[in-house]
Design a protein around this ligand. Structure first.
Ligand code: ADP
Length: 461
C-alpha cells in the first residue's frame, strides 16, 4: 500500500490492546499498514475541541481523538445519528425525531472533523470512514481539496427508497455517498437498495461494470459482510472453565439471547414467543429457561427508555404466569458480561435466539455459532431480517413478527436430532469462517486501493 491507512470511527479504543472483533481487526490493519485512527473522545466536554489529541499509549500507529461538546452529543450523536438516521435505516420511521438543530449540528460536526483530518492527512493516504455518523465526511473533505481515495462502510442496513422521504431535505444520501470512491455495505440486499436509490436519480447512471456515474464522479458500491474474530472467540468458548461450571441454574436447559437493549432487536416479540412456547409445550415438566442479556444503551433517547419499560412489564408478566417456586423461566440481565464468560454461556445454550426486526449484520449470530461444540452443537434461531441471514441460510430462519412461528421454531430447535444439528452447524460455521473480520478488513482495503483515484476526480467524459 502506498500511503498510510486513516480510519475514522465514532468510537475509538482507549487502550493499547483493544478487545472486540471490529476493533481488533482495525487495530491489526493499522499495525500492518501504519497510519492513524481518529475518533470521538469518550469524554464529552464543555466546548468542542479545535485540534486532535493523541490518546493511549504509543503503538505502531497513532490514535487521535476529537472532543464532542455536550450540545453536540445531544444533537449530533443522540439527535441526528440516533434519532433520525438509525430509525430510518431500521425501518422505524415512526420513531424519527426531526429537529432543525439536529441536522445543523450533524453537518457542523462533520465539517469540523473534516478540517481536523485535513491537518494530518497526506495526499496518498487511504481514508476509511465508518458508519452513519459520518455520511457527509467525504463531501466535506472534497470541498477542502482532498483528492485521494475515500472509502465508507455502513454497518447498519441501507434504507429502503420509500423510507428516505422521512429524512430532512438536507440529508441527501446520494450526494454524500457519491463523494466516496468505494461504498461498502453489509449484504447484497443492502447493495440492491442503494442501487435502487441511485437509479431513481436523474444524475446517476449504473455503468456496465457495476460502478455508478453520478455527475462527474464515478464510484463503486459493494457488499462486504462483516464477521467476528473467529479464532479468538472459539478459544474463549473452549478454554478455561466448562460451561457446566457456570452455576447450578445453568445446568438446566436454556436458550440465550444477547442484544443491546435496542428497539430494532425485536425483544418484545422474542419474549412473547417464549411465553407462547411455554404455554404450548407438551411436556410441562421440561424446564427450559430463556437467559436474556440486554445491556441498556442510548437511554437519553425516549424510544430506548420506552422499550425498557415495555420489556420489564413483559418479563414480569411472563415470570408471574410461568414461574414455579424453584424455577424462573426468564432471566433478564441488564449488564455487560465479560466476553470469555459470554462465549461459554453461548456454548452452554441449547438454542441461540437472534430475532431482530432489522439489523445490518448481527454479530451475536456468528458468535453463537463459533462458540458451539461441533460434536453436540446448539441451534441458531435467526431472523430472516438480519443481515446475517443472507449467509447463515442453514440457521432456523424465522420471521420476527410471527410470534407463533418463532414459538414453533423454539420447539423445533429444542427437539432437533443430533445429525441435523451437526449438519446445520457445519454449514453455518463455514460461512462464519469465510467472513472472519480480518478477511472483511483486508478485502475492503484491497478494493479501496484498487479504486482508480484519477477517474474519481472528474476526468470521466
Ligand atoms: P449491535 O452492533 O447492533 O449492538 P451486533 O450483534 O452486531 O449488534 O454486535 C453486538 C456486540 O456486542 C457483540 O459482539 C456482542 O457479543 C456484544 N454484546 C452485546 N451485549 C453484550 C453484553 N451484555 N455483554 C458483553 N457483550 C455484549
Amino acid at each position: 500500500m502506498s500511503g498510510r491507512l486513516i480510519v475514522i470511527s465514532n468510537r475509538i479504543p482507549t487502550e493499547a490492546e483493544p478487545s472486540g472483533g471490529l476493533v481488533v481487526a482495525m487495530h491489526a490493519a493499522l499495525c500492518n499498514h501504519g497510519g492513524i485512527w481518529i475518533g470521538a473522545h469518550p469524554e464529552v466536554t464543555e466546548a468542542p475541541s479545535s485540534h486532535l489529541e493523541e490518546i493511549g499509549d504509543q503503538t505502531s500507529y497513532t490514535r487521535l481523538a476529537f472532543r464532542i461538546a455536550q450540545r453536540e452529543h445531544e444533537e449530533f450523536y443522540l439527535g441526528f445519528a440516533n434519532s433520525v438516521l438509525w430509525p430510518v435505516c431500521h425501518r422505524r420511521g415512526d420513531l424519527v425525531d426531526l429537529k432543525r438543530s439536529f441536522e445543523t449540528t450533524y453537518g457542523e460536526v462533520n465539517k469540523r472533523l473534516a478540517r481536523l483530518i485535513m491537518e494530518v492527512v497526506e495526499p496518498e493516504d487511504l481514508i476509511w470512514i465508518q458508519d452513519y455518523h459520518f455520511f457527509p465526511l467525504a463531501s466535506e473533505l472534497r470541498k477542502l481539496g482532498f483528492e485521494g481515495r475515500l472509502g465508507f462502510f455502513l454497518h447498519i442496513p441501507f434504507p429502503a427508497l420509500g423510507d428516505l422521504g422521512a429524512l430532512p431535505q438536507t440529508a441527501n444520501l446520494a450526494d454524500w455517498l457519491a463523494d466516496y470512491d468505494l461504498v461498502g455495505l453489509q449484504t447484497r440486499a443492502d447493495v440492491a437498495r442503494c442501487l435502487e436509490m441511485f437509479r431513481a436519480q436523474r444524475r446517476a447512471e449504473v455503468m456496465l461494470d457495476g460502478r455508478i456515474k453520478y455527475g462527474a464522479r464515478v464510484f463503486s458500491v459493494r457488499s462486504f459482510p462483516i464477521g467476528i474474530d473467529v479464532d479468538t472467540f472459539v478459544k474463549a468458548a473452549t478454554e478455561g472453565c466448562d460451561s457446566a461450571d457456570l452455576g447450578d441454574d445453568l445446568k438446566e436447559e436454556y436458550i440465550i439471547g444477547v442484544d443491546r437493549l435496542d428497539y430494532s432487536k425485536g425483544l418484545p416479540n422474542r419474549f412473547r414467543s417464549f411465553a407462547q412456547y411455554l404455554e404450548k409445550r407438551p411436556n410441562k415438566d421440561r424446564r427450559v429457561s430463556l437467559l436474556q442479556i440486554a445491556p441498556p444503551t442510548r437511554e437519553e433517547v425516549t424510544a430506548y427508555r420506552q422499550i425498557r419499560v415495555e420489556l420489564e412489564e413483559l418479563a414480569g408478566r411472563l415470570n408471574g404466569q410461568h414461574a414455579e417456586l424453584d424455577w424462573t423461566p426468564l432471566r433478564y440481565i441488564h449488564r455487560n458480561i465479560d466476553r470469555n464468560l459470554l462465549a461459554k454461556l453461548y456454548r452452554g445454550a441449547r438454542v441461540g435466539m437472534v430475532t431482530p426486526l432489522a439489523d445490518g449484520m448481527n454479530l451475536v449470530a456468528k458468535e453463537y455459532i463459533a462458540a458451539q461444540d461441533p460434536e453436540d452443537p446448539g441451534v441458531l434461531v435467526l431472523s430472516q431480517l438480519a443481515g446475517a441471514a443472507e449467509d447463515l441460510t442453514e440457521a432456523l430462519l424465522v420471521n420476527p413478527y410471527d410470534i407463533e412461528g418463532m414459538a414453533e421454531a423454539i420447539a423445533k430447535a429444542l427437539d432437533m436430532p443430533l445429525a441435523e444439528r451437526k449438519r446445520r452447524y457445519a454449514a453455518c460455521m463455514t460461512m462464519v469462517d469465510k467472513t472472519d473480520v480480518a478477511i472483511w478488513c483486508k478485502s475492503f482495503i484491497a478494493a479501496l486501493e484498487a479504486c482508480e483515484a484519477p477517474l474519481a476526480w472528474g476526468t470521466v467524459a
